[in-house]
Design a protein around this ligand. Structure first.
Ligand SMILES: NC(=O)c1ccc[n+]([C@@H]2O[C@H](COP(=O)([O-])OP(=O)(O)OC[C@H]3O[C@@H](n4cnc5c(N)ncnc54)[C@H](OP(=O)(O)O)[C@@H]3O)[C@@H](O)[C@H]2O)c1
Length: 327
């Protein structure tokens, strides 16, 4: 099969096409003929050599795919050859064929193309786990999504709005803010023009928001404390502006805040199964009803994977980037 290889850690042009053997599914895995593979920020970090894959994972790039099941391991009863699935894979998504644990596969939701379905698993698993399982977001609450125009942000906004949450977002341009609002954010704040703390205070009559999804870190940690309501939950999923911060923790105590976070890749298979089950029950129906849909910014053939990574690194995108093999 053909796959996208990394010649050596470095800039996007280290990505090139290579040929290798088909992966063999273990007893609890399926083999998927990949129709599309999602691109995620961790792929860029792995390409740069900053995010080595876990020892038991495929060394190839790629954390999510959609395609057809072409073989199943001995213990797999749920999926059969010919089923169309999208899957959270333990690496190896940037290839014509990829293996996935059967429990991390989900049916392609009715109404979605395989390209759209490939853009779902990494963001859906991350958003569901952090906002619902970890931060216990409830209908009627208020949520602030930083990086509202990212793949994660665009899904978080839609999902929360569809579940009766009032959503605010931050983004770095007027265009990105308008997209966040078209997806269901009551108000998107251009963080380059306005102080999100002041705007959130104003929008919530001084109360603050119940939950904050943060990928920025740096001085946002202290500012999130200021924008948080009493008993708010703050979830960190990345630290683009740095994880070492000097903060005053007093608001944590006074407002009874919860500060938490997680990385999806490090979660146990058991947790991933639980997330997959809840996605199937709570999120997939919203997708089939057309209330939630992954936003695709660009689609590239495998041979242009370097372009896809350059786009992600440029920040000139809204939503997700997807790679499509030649077969
Ligand atoms: N913990 C986990 O399990 C997990 C899983 C998946 C992804 N992630 C993380 O989630 C983040 C989003 O990933 P993605 O692949 O969806 O998209 P991405 O392209 O990595 O999105 C990054 C976002 O961060 C925003 N941003 C960057 N610097 C900023 C700053 N200084 N202030 C405010 N916003 C800033 C950008 O917004 P503007 O363009 O508007 O500036 C952009 O929307 C990434 O950092 C990724 O590593 C974490």
């Amino acid at each position: 099969m053909q796959y996208i290889a990394v010649r050596e850690p470095g800039a996007a042009d280290v990505l090139h096409m290579a040929e290798g053997n088909l992966p063999v599914p273990a007893d609890d895995e399926v083999l998927i003929r990949v129709s599309a593979a999602g691109v995620n920020r961790p792929d860029v970090l792995q390409r740069l050599g900053h995010y080595p894959p876990p020892p038991d994972a495929s060394p190839l790039l790629g954390l999510e795919v959609a395609g057809e099941v072409v073989a199943t391991g001995k213990q797999v009863s749920r999926w059969q050859r010919g089923d169309l699935v999208c899957a959270l894979v333990n690496g190896g998504g940037y290839a014509e064929y990829a293996v996935a644990p059967a429990t991390q596969c989900l049916q392609v939701p009715a109404g979605l193309s395989l390209v759209e379905a490939a853009a779902l698993p990494e963001t859906a698993f991350t958003v569901w786990h952090n906002l619902w399982q970890r931060a216990a977001l409830r209908p009627g609450e208020t949520l602030l999504v930083h990086g509202g125009s990212s793949g994660i942000g665009t899904l978080a906004i839609q999902l929360a709005a569809a579940m009766g949450v009032t959503v605010y977002a931050t983004a770095g341009s007027e265009e990105k803010c308008r997209v966040c609002e078209s997806l269901g954010a009551t108000k998107a704040i251009n963080y380059r023009e306005e102080d999100f703390v002041a705007v959130i205070k104003q929008l919530t009559d001084g109360r603050g928001v119940d939950v904050i999804l943060d990928m920025v870190g740096g001085d946002y940690v202290q500012r999130n404390f200021a924008a948080a309501a009493r008993d708010a939950r703050l979830v960190s999923i990345a630290f683009l502006e740095g994880s070492r911060v000097n903060i005053d923790l007093m608001p944590l105590m006074i407002k009874r805040l919860t500060l938490t976070g997680s990385t999806l890749r490090g979660q146990s298979p058991l947790i991933k199964v639980q997330i997959a089950r809840e996605l199937e029950q709570q999120v997939w129906p919203l997708i089939t009803q057309g209330k939630v849909k992954p936003l695709i910014s660009a689609e590239y053939p495998f041979a242009e994977a370097a372009e896809a990574h350059r786009l992600m690194e440029s920040g000139n995108l809204i939503g997700k980037v997807v790679l499509v093999p030649n077969h």
